[in-house]
Design a protein around this ligand. Structure first.
Ligand SMILES: C[S@@+](CC[C@H](N)C(=O)[O-])C[C@H]1O[C@@H](n2cnc3c(N)ncnc32)[C@H](O)[C@@H]1O
Length: 218
């Protein structure tokens, strides 16, 4: 059952959306509590349908070193960390220390705290500064930063690695001319243009929920 507008795809018939969410099995108590908290406090999490897509991508690719840009209360981080297993290293980043404090509590309760590094600050600077390359980078920062997030993340991604970005349809607004005062839609549109023009990436935009773009670095 969809309980939050955030999980609803604005461009899809609502009964079809509802159908997809009703197929999903129940989540464990910690993840379910995070979903309740996100709904009550208007935290824009990816939700269980997109979380399962990330899980599948991590498991099929075998990614072990994962960087997340924009982690909020750590909902997507927990799914990534569980998918990658106990030997994984997952880097959480968010600009808000209160989000990071709450996320850390959830990581402990979910039993994944040992595999997650919590970093507070600008995710674009942190992905550049953190030593080494990553097998998987998940991008969910504020949407006007998407082109810069791509430029920061790409040199840090292993060849063959996946760069996954949420909200690339942006409630369908990505397909339409932006309003003059809308700074987010042009960021998403430029990002979509850049990844499809890139010789370094093989992208696919999946119209699940708000759009998820999966790019493999060739
Ligand atoms: C959409 S929410 C992330 C949700 C999370 N990925 C999930 O699905 O559970 C975006 C978060 O990114 C953070 N954020 C936005 N721009 C950022 C930046 N440049 N550096 C770090 N955090 C950023 C915001 O504080 C917000 O908590």
């Amino acid at each position: 059952m969809i309980r939050s507008d955030n999980l609803r795809a604005a461009y899809m018939q609502s009964d079809v959306d509802e159908y997809i969410y009703n197929l999903l099995p129940k989540n464990d108590p910690v993840v379910a509590e995070m979903e309740e908290y996100a709904e009550a406090n208007r935290v824009p999490i990816i939700g269980p349908a997109v979380a399962r897509l990330l899980t599948l991508q991590v498991q099929v690719s075998g990614a072990k070193r994962i960087f997340e840009m924009g982690s909020a209360i750590g909902y997507s981080t927990i799914w990534l960390a569980r998918a990658a297993g106990p030997k994984a290293e997952v880097f959480y980043t968010d600009g808000d220390p209160e989000n990071a404090r709450r996320a850390q509590e959830y990581f402990i309760r979910a039993g994944v705290a040992k595999r997650i590094h919590v970093q507070i600050g600008d995710a674009l600077a942190l992905v550049t500064k953190t030593p080494g390359k990553f097998d998987f980078i998940f991008n969910d920062v504020d949407k006007h930063q998407y082109p810069d997030a791509l430029r920061a993340a790409l040199p840090k991604l292993q060849r063959g690695g996946l760069f996954v970005t949420d909200n690339t349809l942006w409630s369908g607004k990505a397909a339409r001319p932006p309003a003059p005062d809308d700074k987010y839609t042009p960021g998403v549109q430029e990002f979509n243009r850049l990844v499809y023009a890139s010789k370094e990436l093989f992208p696919v935009l999946i119209p699940l929920r708000d759009g998820v773009t999966v790019c493999r670095k060739v």
